[in-house]
Design a protein around this ligand. Structure first.
Ligand SMILES: *Cc1c(COP(=O)(O)O)cnc(C)c1O
Length: 447
């Protein structure tokens, strides 16, 4: 199985054909989960001592397992945060897989690391971070946030020789912030939001003073909350972080991509002051799973916190090179930024701006339609491309039944969400193939 034979060659062609056919589908089928016993009945004995051969294994995947996986790039997949890679990024993922690149160190993966750093630089420039900024592509926003917070805590401890243990954020911050605090045995202080549901400097200052500034090692502002797409007041939050000397982390896992869209760029004022910043290209920057860009204003601080030391790693850690692995949790790493880099290089950054602006205009269309329809109410004017709304008179069971029916009919995947205990409908528009007709059809189904 490590030799390339005639049979391998035929399998290679079949796999490439499968991938190319999948990428050519327009639209892709939405598909739906199946029960474990259904899958057991068709794939239960797949692993055997003799093996079934590559062609049969591919057919098993194509005919059974793939059909039991939702297509997150379906234009009417509007739940959670969809993933709609460019064709170039999705295809280049195959190349990365075939290339056996170790992306953790410069010594082993210089060409890949150079390219990834170029892509990180594009993001750093969008955010207005200084030339010194740098970081790495990590698995996802959860690991990006955790890695940034670990760097923040190590920096605070080293600077002040104290042991701060608190992080300030809001109820709108992502669940991964709470989870990072649990992993770190830190305490999350939830700062009340203003009338517009944003974190502001005034509320932040009150919370910090109340708990004691010396007990905080980081403040997390969100640039595009997951549930409602809200951008915190980054400028006033940055002022307060500066005032107290606390690390300023900006979580732009979903919303950070909006930095490339002139129509909303103003809303991010202050992001350039972040000590660390993340954005997930697998969300709104059209890269395949899984990919988070993690950037630090002063990468040396992160390096001090994250570098693993061992005799077998000396050859790497003692070199002056840029080793991505030094900037996050984890050691071995896939060069997961390469598909994103390839697509940026191939398509040009203007195409990104255009695609993001298009999704924003579809989200604005959705908001307008909701305001025009008497049976719907907008919960909040969208900052970005997440639109949350109410169907008047519906109970949470009604929302669920409607959502189930859409999936059963294979017409859309739109799961309900909640805010302040109320069940609501939510669209996350990050797929440039989602059209105004798609939105109108889904809203029609709620009448
Ligand atoms: C999605 C998201 C995360 C977590 O990212 P993963 O890639 O799912 O780990 C963190 N923060 C925000 C704001 C998000 O939207």
């Amino acid at each position: 199985m490590h030799r390339f034979t005639e049979e391998t060659s035929q399998l290679g062609e079949a796999i490439l054909k499968y991938a190319a056919d999948r990428l050519a589908l327009d639209p892709v089928p939405l598909d739906a989960p199946r029960t474990e016993s259904e899958l057991e009945s068709v794939a239960g004995g797949a692993i055997s001592a003799q093996g079934m051969g590559g062609q049969a294994a591919l057919r098993l995947f194509e005919d059974e397992l793939a059909l039991a996986c939702l297509s997150t790039d379906h234009p009417r997949y509007l739940s959670f945060i969809p993933c709609a890679p460019t064709r170039e990024a999705a295809m280049f993922d195959l190349v990365v897989g075939a290339s056996s690149i170790y992306g953790g160190s410069w010594l082993e993966g210089a060409g890949a690391v150079y390219a990834e750093n170029q892509a990180l630089r594009w993001i750093a420039n969008l955010a207005g971070l200084p030339e010194s900024a740098g970081g790495a592509f990590v698995q996802g926003g959860t690991i990006g946030n955790l890695s940034a917070l670990v760097a923040a805590r190590a920096t605070a401890r080293a600077r002040n020789n104290t042991r701060p243990f608190r992080v300030a954020a809001t109820v709108g911050s992502h669940s991964s912030i709470q989870s990072a605090c649990e992993v770190m045995d830190a305490e999350l202080v939830q700062v009340p939001v203003d009338d517009d549901l944003r974190l502001t400097g005034d509320n932040l200052r009150k919370a910090i003073v109340e708990h004691g500034p010396e007990t905080f090692f980081a403040v997390v502002a969100t640039a595009g909350t997951t549930n409602l797409g809200i951008i915190d007041d980054l400028q006033s939050v940055a002022d307060v972080c500066e005032e107290f000397g606390i690390w300023f982390h900006v979580d732009g896992a979903y919303g950070g991509a909006g930095l490339a869209a002139p129509s909303v760029r103003d809303k991010y004022a202050g992001v350039e002051r972040a000590d660390s910043f993340i954005v997930d290209p697998h969300k709104w920057l059209f890269a395949p799973f899984d990919c988070c860009a993690l950037l630090y204003r002063e990468p040396a601080l992160a390096r001090a916190a994250h570098t693993q030391h061992a005799s077998y790693l000396d050859v790497l850690t003692e070199a002056p090179d840029w080793n991505p692995t030094d900037y996050s949790i984890g050691l071995t790493r896939r060069a997961r930024g390469l598909p994103f880099w390839f697509s940026l290089v191939a398509n040009g950054t203007d195409a990104y701006t255009e695609a993001i602006e298009h999704t924003l205009s579809v989200a604005r269309f959705a908001a307008d339609q909701i305001e025009q329809r008497p049976y719907l109410e907008l919960v909040r004017e969208p900052d970005l491309s997440v639109v949350v709304f109410r169907r008047t008179g519906w109970s949470s069971q009604d929302y669920q039944a409607w959502s189930d029916k859409l999936l059963e009919e294979q017409s859309a995947f739109v799961v309900p969400t909640s805010h302040n205990g109320e069940t609501l409908a939510r669209f996350a528009v990050v797929n440039p193939n989602t059209s105004t007709e798609d939105i109108a059809a889904i809203l029609d189904s709620m009448e």
